[in-house]
Design a protein around this ligand. Sequence first.
Ligand SMILES: *Cc1c(COP(=O)(O)O)cnc(C)c1O
Length: 302
Amino acid sequence: MISPHSHPNQKISTPESISQNLEIYIKRLDLIHPLISGNKFFKLKYNLKEAINAGHDTILTFGGAYSNHIQASAAAAKAANLKAIGIIRGEEQTSLNPTLLTAKNNGMRLFYMDRETYRNKHKEQVIRSLHEKFGKFYLIPEGGTNRLAIKGCEEILDKEDQQMDFICSSIGTGGTISGLLGSAMKEQKILGFSSLKGNFIIKEINELLGKHQIHPQCSWEIFTNYHFGGYAKHKPELIEFIKNFKHQYQVPLDPIYTGKLFYGVFDLINKGHFPSGSKIMIIHSGGLQGIEGFNQRFMESL
Ligand SMILES: *Cc1c(COP(=O)(O)O)cnc(C)c1O
């Protein structure tokens, strides 16, 4: 589908990196594909392979109306010659937002599920009714996190990244960071920044590691204080930060994941968290497709 070697690390020089003698790199996964956004490419890769190997011609997955995963799944399925069904949380809107429109234009069939049923979407009864309606399909969970997704995310770090001391990643379901934890080296430290409110995510990551028998060699730390009110919530200082960052470094950030991640990393830098001489890599996991819908909803101009 796309070359896995095409995600260069971009070094940026900031007033803080100079004064504190830090090297800051951005791993531009947002550049690897316009529609199969960043980490979602890695999460989908082995799932689509498995779907094809198991003889499926259709994938079915779930997501919110602005979901990066939905748009990425639609594009990836198209590239793999698979049909795609997207089950969208909530009521159908009178007009499709940019995320759903792009998914639809890539051939995904969209269906809506009321919020209560959606909460129970992984229960056998709901899945059975989906099979009654749509026949045979390969199911990819919401957010795309499963064993094969984590396996794919173990390939995010490459040889060049072995020189990094700190690797910083945003967290949604925890699938991406689980892959990073599975592949980072002993001397490295992974810092995770949750976009969701609450400490529950630490337990969930530990459960993912246990369930998929990942035994991190590296050290790691999860920060749960950069959620800006919770998932898909934001505050003026986050918006300001994203605008300034784009202006200064020509790197666009999304308000759901990467904006919170970069804000958190630079807050830690400002607080003197990193020893002099550290090489810090921030993984830009993509998500830029969501900006257009965000701007429309909130009359913003990110
Ligand atoms: C989905 C997504 C994440 C979160 O990935 P998880 O594996 O669910 O933790 C982070 N960043 C972006 C841009 C995403 O689209």
